[in-house]
Design a protein around this ligand. Structure first.
Ligand code: ADP
Ligand code: MG
Length: 264
């Protein structure tokens, strides 16, 4: 289980650019939760994921992974707990290395062994089997440089790398947003496959409201650094896309009312 307790993150504190990106959120992520995260641009979604991964350290509050307080651990010390896939298909893999070298790095995630890229025969068989699960023919291209692959193929390899050593949590930050619709659908299909196959706990940011409601068991909505909705199945099954859109409009509308009050 992962828990955020009163976590706050301020960028550029004490300057004119001070920005309270996360205002003090608490969230319990249960084992096997698949949570979709929605919210307008700048709501704090990516910052929340980066706080869980350790890319950012909270200014206030604590983060627990399996009851262990990891709040002050930087990301390399949390690597064994975290799998992540970002929007940019180029960011999750090393383009100048081969497919098997990339997978060899993923296999060592969170382990203390050196970063040598030597690939052993047994590992190669394992990689071939894993790659064949993607259904993209990549199992026959182990020695191809990843830079030769399409964005969708790279994102599929990244997904494989993020889950090859089972993470405590898989963080997906709009990981299909840069892909064409057909490729995005394939990556979503693979995401669901891996989540079910390995029984993963997932936090997935998406702009697609239909996807937010159809995938996983729980949806949270963020707004201005706070969680303003947290709904799980079976209650969530009653929600429709238009309900989410109305909620968006309502939080924006309340801002306008506040502004009017200030001007009055
Ligand atoms: N590294 C950073 N430095 C300064 N401000 C940042 C940084 N990262 C994010 N922010 C700010 O924090 C707020 C939340 O950003 P973000 O978490 O990226 O939102 P979202 O992913 O929901 O679009 C925004 O106002 C953004 O400009
Ligand atoms: Mg973001």
């Amino acid at each position: 289980m992962i828990e955020l307790l009163n976590v706050k993150k301020v960028f550029n504190p004490g300057t004119v650019n001070e920005n309270v990106a996360i205002k003090g959120i608490s969230l319990k992520i249960n084992q096997y939760d698949f949570i979709t995260v929605i919210g307008s641009n700048g709501a704090g979604k990516s910052t929340m994921l980066n706080l869980i991964s350790g890319s950012y350290i909270p200014d206030v509050g604590s983060i627990f992974i399996n009851d262990k307080d990891v709040s002050k651990y930087p990301n390399y010390q949390r690597a064994s707990y975290i799998g992540q896939v970002f929007q940019d298909p180029l960011s999750g893999t090393a383009g100048s290395l081969t497919i098997e070298e990339n997978l060899a790095i993923a296999l060592k995630r969170g382990k203390k062994r050196g970063l040598g890229l030597g690939v052993k025969g047994a590992d190669r068989e394992f990689f071939r089997e894993k790659l064949s699960q993607l259904g993209l023919g990549l199992e026959n291209r182990l020695k191809d440089r990843v830079g030769l692959l399409s964005g969708g193929q790279r994102q599929a390899v990244t997904l494989l790398m993020a889950t090859m050593v089972k993470p405590e949590i898989l963080l997906l930050d709009e990981h299909t947003a840069a892909l064409d619709p057909k490729t995005a659908a394939k990556i979503i299909e693979l995401t669901e496959y891996f989540v079910n196959e390995y029984r993963l706990t997932v936090l997935m940011v998406t702009h697609n409201m239909r996807q937010a409601l159809s995938l996983g068991n729980r949806t949270i909505m963020m707004h201005e650094g706070e969680i303003i909705l947290d709904i799980s199945s079976p209650e969530r099954d009653q929600l429709e896309v238009k309900d989410l859109l109305e909620m968006f409009a309502r939080v924006r509308g309340e801002d306008i009312v506040d502004d009017k009050l200030l001007l009055a």
